[in-house]
Write a protein that binds this ligand. Sequence first.
Ligand SMILES: Nc1ncnc2c1ncn2[C@@H]1O[C@H](COP(=O)(O)OP(=O)(O)O)[C@@H](O)[C@H]1O
Ligand SMILES: [Mg+2]
Length: 439
Amino acid sequence: MNALQRLEEFVLSGQAGKKIRVSGTIREVTPSYYRVSGLSKFVKLGDLLGFDARGKTQIGEVVRIDQDGVTVKPFDGRIEAGLGMRVHHVGDISLSPDTSWKGRVINALGEPLDDLGPLLPGPRPMPNEAAPPSAMNRARVDKPLVTGVKAIDLFTPICQGQRIGIFAGSGVGKSTLLSMLAKCEGFDTIVVALVGERGREVREFLEGPIRDNLGKSVMVVSTGDESPMMRRQAPRTALSVAEYFRDCGDSVLLIVDSVTRYAHAARDVALAAGEPAVARGYTPSVFSDLPRLLERAGPGEDGKGAITGIFSVLIDGDDHNDPVADNIRGTLDGHIVLDRSIADQGRYPAINVLGSISRLADLVWTREQKELVRRLKSLMARFEDTRDLRLMGGYQPGNDPELDQAVTIVPRIYEALRQDPSMPLSRDAFLDLAQSLKA
Ligand SMILES: Nc1ncnc2c1ncn2[C@@H]1O[C@H](COP(=O)(O)OP(=O)(O)O)[C@@H](O)[C@H]1O
Ligand SMILES: [Mg+2]
């Protein structure tokens, strides 16, 4: 219970049950936030406040508190606050997910977006910003996972409970790759957060390969036209849902597309709160919010389920040193890089095999597989390094057996790695590769 609730209780106790609400007054309204006086001593950061307009309570979050008042950032994009309106405390955003939510599409506040009727609340509320399980109690991440995407299963294989990022500029194929991963069979539950996407892309995702898995999926959607508060909330809501299923013992796949849009939203909120910008307009709190969010994915405590997190990261202007991308890369257990130049050649998924790593790959590969992958990568590196030389006609077969081998085999590997969303997933990527190379 916070100070404001305690005060309300105190006032109510002297009033023999008469309903009285403690409220503040709106003193300033801007396009992105409003300021309330009278509540400074009774709220803390993150509390929810609201005012009543058009028969509904319009809620917002306290993002700054000072002597003169508190700054509130509303969840609804259109600010309908007016001077003098009374602002009161509203509960918190905790959500009570339920198994019956599978197959549903919800917004960042856990309200249904589909027309399948109201959502049944589950057995217990999940905190909006849960702390990750403590490092000492977390189960180990060592159970291999078959994603069915050949380039990933061969070169950056992942384990259950791993967190991995997909890094690329816009239009290189992040969302398409995520939608292919959503078809993966190895999970009990799939939770997808679509953050800041266009409405059309949300439809495409829902009607894409995830169709086969819709019955075990919960989709949390916040489109680009929604307020930064909603976009910042969507991945948190998705995590609360994923944590619920993890605690039920499920192996959960969490997909967030994209974390960058979450960072943009967190930046908007922090700027409204008056935080200074430090790196490319990002405020310090963005860089502490990101690991807090990403760290919630991962294995649960021993004996519980795990959340395998796959996060897409937009590289603005294909700049891989973007501070947000750097921060995310440092937090995750691996990154898959998609390259525009590969996509331009029509090779999808446009995974840059040599630039991608999975920090847990050694737990998945057998010794022979590891040796084979090392060998294939060195051939690919040779092939890519000599690309310009070969284009200029400076390559003669017969002088360098290693290069000759690279030139014959690498294009066939590339061909074998091609996969589009309409193709079936691969059950054994090594077997598939061997077969395509033999053919
Ligand atoms: N695996 C694939 N097979 C065929 N085409 C693809 C594939 N992945 C991406 N594309 C093409 O690239 C376009 C952009 O992909 P998208 O996933 O929307 O990119 P991003 O999410 O990175 O902006 C798609 O519309 C599609 O034409
Ligand atoms: Mg996309």
